[in-house]
Design a protein around this ligand. Structure first.
Ligand SMILES: C[S@@+](CC[C@H](N)C(=O)[O-])C[C@H]1O[C@@H](n2cnc3c(N)ncnc32)[C@H](O)[C@@H]1O
Length: 335
């Protein structure tokens, strides 16, 4: 078992710890334990092959991880999906490389500041540890660029939901990108989703959450029921710097008109997520990727980028930021 932990990294490590927990509870017969180990190893290999298929021979370098493997959980029964970077071993602390997605970032797929950069910062800060059979909801996925990145980076299955872009259009794009089997396109309003309850291990939403989630009770009533216990939420959206909280209409209307009210500060978003007893922790913060994400968008020749350029120096840069939101849910035998 120790050798398997060393060989297959974070994912197998997490699976094996779940297994150890199950063994500790003495709930699995021996044959199922062995099947479970075999499946973990196969999934990790499939994941590796999927991620690195097509790389030229010799283009992947291996480094020896000299850190100690984390000790198996002794107290808690489950592993979290979301893992703060500081808790990772050196091997797990590999940042997402956005250059892998450069070919997909274009005027066709961009709908605002570079969503791949926003997602990269969220993943770098809170890597999602998922199994291939886990489901992730990408809510407000637009053209599906973020869904592609989520699928590639986590290896999990993704439901790519959007309102303005049809499932048919996104489905064709996913097929063209070779991820049609891993990503399911859906076209539904976030206010009226028809997914099964407790279906998703994670929910990700980039540059979209502010359009539909700004009323109190929305998170608890509409989204929380879809998430599994122990699940995680990662959101990156444009918002107001904390010092301008509550002044969106006054400061942003010249740029955004009627939509200005959607921009809220990190503190406002934290209050809107609320304090359901299923929530373990909520963190909101001003993201670091602001300048780069905006530069990529403003340099593009997208027609909406031309409009935004006029307001960058006078409105966007002085008053706004990207708000990062991370929510973790309690495990089933919650503390
Ligand atoms: C600026 S785009 C961002 C798309 C994508 N996440 C990205 O970063 O490239 C905002 C997206 O939010 C989606 N959206 C807005 N209101 C929505 C709602 N009520 N339900 C689902 N999606 C919604 C739109 O369809 C649109 O594609």
């Amino acid at each position: 078992m120790k050798r398997a932990i060393r060989s297959f990294g974070g994912y197998a490590d997490a699976q094996l710890r779940r297994l150890q927990n199950a063994i500790a509870r003495d709930t699995l017969p021996q044959s199922e334990r062995e099947q479970h180990i075999l499946k973990s190893v196969k999934n990790a290999l499939d994941d590796f092959n999927r991620r690195y298929a097509g790389r030229e021979t010799g283009s992947i370098r291996n480094y020896i991880d000299r850190s100690d493997n984390p000790a198996p959980d002794s107290g808690g029964l489950y592993d979290g999906v979301l893992c703060a970077r500081k808790h990772l071993s050196n091997r797990e602390r590999v940042c997402m490389d956005i250059r892998n997605y450069q070919a997909y970032i274009s005027a066709e797929t961009m709908m605002g500041p570079n969503s791949v950069r926003i997602l990269a910062e969220l993943f770098d800060r809170y890597p999602l540890r998922l199994a291939p059979e886990d489901l992730v909801l990408d809510l407000g996925c637009g053209t599906g660029l973020t869904s592609l990145v989520i699928a590639k980076e986590t290896g999990a299955r993704v439901y790519a939901n959007d309102l303005w872009i049809s499932a048919e259009e996104n489905g064709k794009r996913f097929a063209r990108w070779g991820v049609g089997d891993q990503i399911t396109p859906v076209c539904e309003d976030a206010n009226d989703l028809h997914f099964e309850k407790k279906q998703f291990r994670a929910l990700v939403s980039i540059d979209a959450y502010h359009y539909f989630a700004g009323s109190s009770g929305f998170f608890e009533e509409k989204l929380l029921p879809l998430l599994k216990d122990g699940g995680a939420v990662l959101v990156g959206i444009p918002g107001l710097k904390e010092e301008y909280a509550g002044r969106a209409r006054e400061l942003l209307s010249d740029w955004l008109g009627e939509d200005a009210y959607m921009f809220k500060s990190p503190g406002d978003w934290s209050a809107l997520i609320g304090g359901s007893n299923r929530i373990d922790s909520v963190e909101t913060w001003e993201m670091d990727c602001f300048r780069e994400a905006w530069d990529d968008w403003l340099e593009s020749d997208h027609k909406f980028a031309l409009g935004d350029r006029k307001f960058y120096e006078t409105v966007i840069q002085p008053y706004t930021c990207f708000v990062g939101i991370s929510v973790t849910l309690k495990e089933i035998y919650g503390r």
